[in-house]
Structure formats: C-alpha cells, structure tokens
Design a protein around this ligand. Sequence first.
Ligand SMILES: Nc1ncnc2c1ncn2[C@@H]1O[C@H](COP(=O)(O)OP(=O)(O)OP(=O)(O)O)[C@@H](O)[C@H]1O
Ligand SMILES: O=C(O)C1=C[C@@H](O)[C@@H](O)[C@H](O)C1
Ligand SMILES: [Mg+2]
Length: 160
Amino acid sequence: MGVGKSTVGRLLAERLGTGYRDTDDDIVAEQGRAIAEIFVDEGEAAFRAIEKAAVARSLAEHDGVLALGGGSILDADTRALLAGQRVLYLSMDVEEAVKRTGLNAARPLLAVNPRKQWRELMEARRSLYESIATAVVATDGRTPEEVTDIALDALELKEA
Ligand SMILES: Nc1ncnc2c1ncn2[C@@H]1O[C@H](COP(=O)(O)OP(=O)(O)OP(=O)(O)O)[C@@H](O)[C@H]1O
Ligand SMILES: O=C(O)C1=C[C@@H](O)[C@@H](O)[C@H](O)C1
Ligand SMILES: [Mg+2]
C-alpha cells in the first residue's frame, strides 16, 4: 500500500506507449463507493471476491500496464492467472510506507496502528509477492521516474 503502484504504473504505461488500468479504480467505479466503504459495509472477504473478479476481467480485457490491489495476490487463482505475465513487485521499508500512506483512513488495513499492521501484512505476504514477481525494484530513496527506469530494465521492456 502506497508503494507507488499507481504512480509508477502510469509512468510505465506512458513510457511503453500502452494503456494503464488500476484494479482499485475499477472497483470504485463499478461499485460506486470507496474501498474503505466496501470493507465497512461487507467485510474483507466480500471485498476480496469483488477484487478477484475485477482482476480476472482486467487480465482478460486489457493489454497494457495493470496496477493490482495490494492484497489481490492472496488469492491462489489470481496468482495462477498472473503466471506467464511480467509481474513487477515494488518494495519499500516500513518507515517509507508510513511516510507515503500516513494515517490515511482510506486504507482500511492500516487504519489502527499502521507500523504494526504494515509489518504483519508484509510478513504474511512477502513470500507471495516474491513468488509471483518476475522483477523486484526497491523504491526507497528513489523518485518515481528512477523507479520506472529501473523497472523497465528489470522487466526487459523497451520504450515505445
Ligand atoms: N518513489 C516514490 N518516492 C516518493 N513518493 C512516492 C514514490 N512513489 C509514490 N510516491 C507517493 O506515495 C504516495 C502513494 O503512491 P501511489 O498512490 O502511487 O501508491 P499505490 O501503491 O498505488 O497505493 P495504493 O495502495 O493506495 O493503491 C503518493 O503520494 C505518491 O506521490
Ligand atoms: O493491500 C491491501 O490489502 C489493499 C491494498 C489496496 O490497494 C486496496 O485494494 C485495499 O485497501 C486493500
Ligand atoms: Mg494505487
């Protein structure tokens, strides 16, 4: 959360001359309510089901850069759909995460004690992120433009 998926995703799409889509934005548009509201109204399990369908639809319809929701890879079917795709894992340390996300209530999974919650989420998820990634780029101390340059190299993609 807050690592720069949307910022770097847009820059990557520009540099590649391709389209950009963002699962979180698709869900908000389709549902007509904020992600935090879906969590509050229906709970995380219901959100994950909506998210799973949104990712599958994007992967089928869209040929370009797709920014996934941070928790979408918790689903084994989603991980299977990503096999064979270029998958970029953007990483950062906890202090950078707190700086970028702050105490923002828009991120329901970090709403109470962001440092502790972020560490716990990453302990549960790091190996999944690493297992599906075809490239890993650390974002700490790098501008979005620098991250994008390194990501293009790491993904072995050429600019348009
Ligand atoms: N490399 C970077 N260095 C410093 N700040 C950054 C960097 N990348 C993104 N940011 C800033 O961090 C914040 C979060 O970025 P962004 O929204 O792109 O992250 P995200 O991974 O899409 O987050 P979310 O989990 O909400 O979808 C924004 O304020 C953005 O400007
Ligand atoms: O990492 C997560 O579990 C989340 C990340 C965001 O992209 C949103 O999809 C939502 O806030 C949950
Ligand atoms: Mg985003």
